[in-house]
Design a protein around this ligand. Sequence first.
Ligand SMILES: [Zn+2]
Length: 165
Amino acid sequence: MTDRLTLDDALTAGLRWLYETEQPGDAWMQHHGQQIRVTGNRYLSFTPTGADDLPVITVNVSRSKWTKDPHGYVVTGNPLAPDELPRLADELEQRGFAVRSTWNGFPADTGSVGLVRPAHPSQVAAVNRYRAGCQEHPGRRVFCECDAWHAGFVRAVRPLALIPA
Ligand SMILES: [Zn+2]
């Protein structure tokens, strides 16, 4: 596992992956996207096909500290900062990526930004190959455990592979 990146570096790597990286035609990836750990107890997720099949970038608390609110409900004691999701959306806009919508954010431990521009077509195709399931064992769909199914995940290019050592 690599060291944690700054949020800026993780965003750069994730955006390059989403928009400029060609997935091999024989690779597949599950639909929850790829995660990059960042400093400050956070990780970013990059999903090529999120809401409405458009890219979604999510900032998440890595380790939540659960607590109880005055009514006795279990809530996160270390949520995102109030300005954290808006700042992520602003940063994406400044980098030239129009924001479609945002979800969650403070007082939750996760916040998502939906982008207007579709991901690289090969990223979407790789997710669609995952959704189609194992071609050698169609009955097992995405739950297959054979070597051929496993190998497709290994062939997928991941965001951290794009970061120079
Ligand atoms: Zn199989």
